[in-house]
Design a protein. Structure first.
Length: 387
C-alpha cells in the first residue's frame, strides 16, 4: 500500500486553518447562504461543512440510542468451537466479503474528501469489506470532481456502491444520470439515499418530495445494476419499506437513529438562530436502528437488509446479523480514522472483525448463517410500529 506525502497533512487541513476550516466558518452560523454559490460550488461548500462538523462538533443523538443495547445473546458456556475457526465471511450481490461490514457512504467532491475516500478504499481492499461512496451529484454537474470519487485503482476487488440523492430524480435526473454515476466509479450497485428531514432543515434544501416513489421504481426497472435505497439516519418506517419493496429495490439500508444526527449537523451550520433552534428541535427524531431493522425484516424478509446508524463495534455487528441484517454499515468511526491514514481504518476494521468473531464464538455460532439462527433476547416493537 502506498500512502502519499500529502496524506500526512490531511488532518490539519480538516480541522485547522485549511480549506474546510476556512470555508465552513465563513458559512457557519448567523450568515445567509452566499447567493454566488451555485451548483457544484454550493455542494462542495456543504460537503466541506459536513466533514468539518462531523469531526469537530458533537453530532450524536443527545438521548435517542440505536436500541441495540436492549439486545443480548444467550451466552454459551460450552460453545464446542475453536475460536480461530469461526468464519465471518459472507457474500453480498455475488461478491465475497471477509466480514459483513460496509464502510458506509460519507463524502466526495473535494480534495480533502478525495484523500478520505482513498484511505477508505485502501482499507476496504486490505480487509475485504464493502464500501459506499458519498453523493456523486457534484461530479455529475462538474466532471472535474469525478476523480474525488474514483477509488478503483486503490481497491480493484471490493464491493463498491455508487451514490446519488433520490431527490435528484425530481429535478430531471433519471436512469442516464444514475448509470453515469455507476460507470464513473465502476460500481457494483447504486445507492439512492433519502434525507427529507435534512433537506427541510437546510436553507438550500429540497422541499418537494412528492412523486418520488414512481421515479425510484423507474430506475430500479431499467438500471443494469442493483439499486439500494437507504435513509441517512432517521430510519425506514413500515410504510416506506412497503413503498420501496413495490418499487423493486434490490436491498434496503435502514440507517436508523442512534448514531450521527444530521439535524445536529445542520444545527451547526444553520444560518440564523431561528434555523438553529428549529434544527435542535429534531435532535432526537427518528426510528432507531433496532426498530427500523425489525420493521424491514418483518415487512420485506425477501430483501437483503443493511443495518446502519450507530453501529460502533463487532458486538453491534453480531447483533444486527443475528436480527437478520446481511451487512452492518459503519461511517463515523471510519471517517475519523480515514483523516489519519488508511492504516488507521484497517486497524478499526480489524478490531471490529475480531470482536465479531469473539461474539460469534461466545454465542456458539460457527458462521454467519448459524449466527442468524442463534438465540437472542430482544424487545418487542412498540404497538405503533407493528402494523
Amino acid at each position: 500500500m502506498t500512502i502519499v506525502a500529502s496524506d500526512l497533512q490531511l488532518s490539519s487541513s480538516l480541522t485547522g486553518s485549511g480549506a474546510i476550516g476556512t470555508l465552513a466558518q465563513s458559512r457557519y452560523c448567523n450568515t445567509e447562504p452566499d447567493p454566488q454559490l451555485r451548483g457544484s460550488s454550493l455542494i462542495q461548500g456543504r460537503k466541506l461543512d459536513h466533514i468539518r462538523i462531523n469531526l469537530e462538533e458533537e453530532v450524536q443523538f443527545p438521548r435517542l440510542r440505536t436500541g441495540l443495547n436492549q439486545v443480548r445473546f444467550v451466552h454459551q458456556a460450552l460453545p464446542e468451537l475453536h475460536l480461530d475457526h469461526v468464519n465471518t465471511r459472507t457474500q453480498f450481490f455475488g461478491k465475497q466479503l471477509q466480514a459483513p461490514v460496509l464502510i458506509s457512504s460519507m463524502t466526495g467532491g473535494t480534495a480533502e474528501a478525495q484523500a478520505i475516500n482513498r484511505h477508505l478504499a485502501q482499507a476496504a481492499q486490505a480487509t475485504g469489506v464493502a464500501m459506499g461512496l458519498g453523493s456523486q451529484r457534484a461530479a455529475l454537474e462538474d466532471p472535474s470532481l469525478a476523480e474525488t470519487f474514483q477509488v478503483r485503482q486503490y481497491a480493484p476487488d471490493i464491493l463498491l456502491f455508487a451514490n446519488l440523492g433520490a431527490i435528484q430524480l425530481t429535478h430531471g435526473y433519471g436512469v442516464s444520470e444514475c448509470l453515469r454515476a455507476v460507470e464513473m466509479v465502476e460500481a457494483n450497485a447504486l445507492i439512492l439515499h433519502l434525507n427529507p428531514l435534512q433537506e427541510a432543515l437546510q436553507p438550500e434544501g429540497d422541499r418537494n418530495w412528492s412523486g418520488l416513489v414512481e421515479k425510484i421504481e423507474a430506475v430500479c426497472r431499467r438500471l443494469p445494476v442493483p439499486v439500494i435505497v437507504k435513509e441517512v439516519g432517521w430510519g425506514l418506517s413500515r410504510q416506506a419499506v412497503r413503498q420501496l419493496t413495490r418499487a423493486g429495490v434490490a436491498a434496503l439500508d435502514v440507517a436508523g437513529a442512534g448514531g450521527t444526527s444530521w439535524s445536529q449537523v445542520e444545527y451547526h451550520r444553520a444560518p440564523s438562530q431561528t434555523d438553529a433552534r428549529i434544527a435542535a428541535a429534531f435532535a432526537d427524531w427518528g426510528l432507531t436502528t433496532l426498530e427500523s431493522l425489525l420493521i424491514a425484516r418483518s415487512e420485506a424478509p425477501q430483501l437483503p437488509a443493511i443495518a446502519s446508524g450507530g453501529i460502533r463495534d463487532g458486538v453491534d455487528v453480531a447483533k444486527v446479523v443475528a436480527l437478520g441484517a446481511s451487512l452492518a454499515g459503519i461511517a463515523g468511526p471510519f471517517l475519523k480514522a480515514a483523516v489519519e491514514s488508511a492504516e488507521a481504518v484497517i486497524a478499526g476494521i480489524t478490531e471490529i472483525t475480531a470482536a465479531l468473531r469473539i461474539a460469534m464464538f461466545a454465542a456458539g455460532a460457527a458462521d454467519l448463517d448459524r449466527l442468524a439462527e442463534t438465540a437472542i433476547i430482544q424487545p418487542e416493537l412498540p404497538a405503533a410500529l407493528q402494523s
